[in-house]
Design a protein around this ligand. Sequence first.
Ligand code: ADP
Length: 153
Amino acid sequence: MERTLVIIKPCAVQRGLIGEVLSRFERRGLKLVAMKMTRLDAEICRRHYAHLADKPFYPIIEESMTAAPVVLCCMEGIDAVEVVRTMAGATNGRKALPGTIRGDYCVSHQENIIHASDSLESAAQELERFFKPEDYCSYDNPLLGYLYAKDEL
Ligand code: ADP
């Protein structure tokens, strides 16, 4: 099983979309194994978006990501990184396909509802940035045998 980080961004928190976003992942069959609501500060935001820190739009990212709380979620499943990225849709909400989270809930490049890790390597780094080992909850999913075939598990 893979683990990946989802950040429900301040725009979605402000718009009352936390439940809608989480329910999509739950319905799909992803397992929520850690979750916390917090407010990002400028330093952690800069670390998280280090690959964009020298872009002209970086100040907008920082302003937007620190404007209100976020919800940090760790989702678990087979190929979870790719499954969650596909569900998120294109970065620019105006280009995201209907049926994706961004395509259904936003029309903005920045105010695009969620962050989702883009590789297994970045998922591991990002999860370490935001969660401690004791933040993870271990519990059985009795539906596992209905979510996946025997040869997938
Ligand atoms: P993604 O979030 O799809 O992985 P990136 O890592 O490229 O995309 O960008 C991170 C975040 O930075 C985006 O989700 C978006 O909030 C913001 N962003 C990226 N590019 C732009 C842009 N050209 N204009 C405004 N915001 C942007």
